[in-house]
Design a protein around this ligand. Sequence first.
Ligand code: 9Z3
Length: 312
Amino acid sequence: MWNQLPEVQAKVSEFISRHSAVEGRRVVLVTSGGTTVPLEANTVRFVDNFSAGTRGATSAEYFLDAGYAVIFLHRQYSLQPYSRHYSHSKNCFLDYMTTNGQSGEAKLPSPEQSPKVHVDPEYESAMIDVLLKYRKAKDQHLLLMLDYTTVQQYLLYLHQICKIMGTLLGRRGMFYLAAAVSDFFVPKARMVEHKIQSREGALTMVLEQVPKFLKPLVKDWAPSGYIVSFKLETDPALLVPKSQQSLDRYGHQLVIGNLLNTRKWTVTFVTRESHNNVTLTPAEQRDGVEIESVIIPELVKRHADWIGVEKR
Ligand code: 9Z3
């Protein structure tokens, strides 16, 4: 973890320097996926959570559409922008291909016929859209992907990225913290080195609270950035009060509240002044509209207002 830090710092510095030199270019850090909590130093077992990284990967695409450069800090092997359309779908990626250039394979060619691989025409038009956007992001160096696994690694990288963005970008930087961060962890000093043995029967472990990183992020690491955190709850009654509590405690700009079971079609924007729901209609849900296509344009506007305040 520590030995990868210089490489991460170098990549982030290069990326931010490149984009801060472009007039008007805004940069967003999108965090995504779930952090793990190792129980042993030589880790056999760890505590994990449900997040697949859908929110983060989808949001990153809409930020790129809006002209942002994106640092995508994601859990290793979780969903990624663009490849998400094919990687974790019910289809195997090979189902998108044919050897005869037509949908379905009536007759399989033999290897001696030197068959070629084609995209199945059924999927071609959707795939070309994704491919062109992916190529543009790559060719124009608009997307920097960094991965983490443990909560410790996540916090270490988050700290470094925020400091570099905070120093070089000021108000042009946005922080979109969608990763599902564990509240509890096993500190190194109390972690056993080897695999926990079962011979002692039931296992009792005490997990410590993960340090509250939003406070230093807002106060010290990136004080001029536009900071959006997510609040996940399962009890609807807690969503707005807990989001407001977070704003009161840390003083950042926006909390987006979401409930585990409805997060794909409804979220609540909470500021110190107000809270309002953003909800997809049943027809939009049926048509496969992604709620991030509504969230991101709204944030782009709010970020522009935030930058405008500085100029006035
Ligand atoms: C979220 O609430 C995200 O929207 C989800 C996305 C994890 C629900 P999926 O990956 O799910 O699309 O399946 N993130 C939770 C953010 C969180 O852990 N917040 C912490 C806090 O409020 C740290 S900022 O204390």
